[in-house]
Design a protein. Structure first.
Length: 90
């Protein structure tokens, strides 16, 4: 399963508005960045209590990437597209 489709599947399974889930994959030399965007109402469901859901998603993505001998980082984008910030544990 491709990393992008994995993140998309996980996110759509958690949110109330699966049609507003989008994942952008940015390939680098050594690292793939997966930018996850969801409806503002669903952001809390993706991040979870104390960031537990986001952390779990990052662990799954990292494990799937390491199976393919790659490195992947999941970024959860917040706010409207014009003023987005990222929620990251790094």
């Amino acid at each position: 399963m491709a990393l992008k489709s994995l993140v998309e599947y996980l996110a759509k399974s958690l949110v109330d508005h699966p049609d507003k889930v989008s994942v952008n994959e940015v390939e680098g030399e050594k690292t793939t960045i997966l930018e996850l965007s969801v409806a503002e109402d669903d952001l809390g469901k993706i991040i979870g209590k104390h960031g537990r859901t986001a952390r779990a998603m990052r662990i799954v993505v990292s494990a799937a990437a390491s199976k393919e001998r790659k490195r992947a980082v999941l970024e959860i984008l917040e706010g409207p597209r014009s003023e987005r910030k990222t929620e990251s544990s790094y």
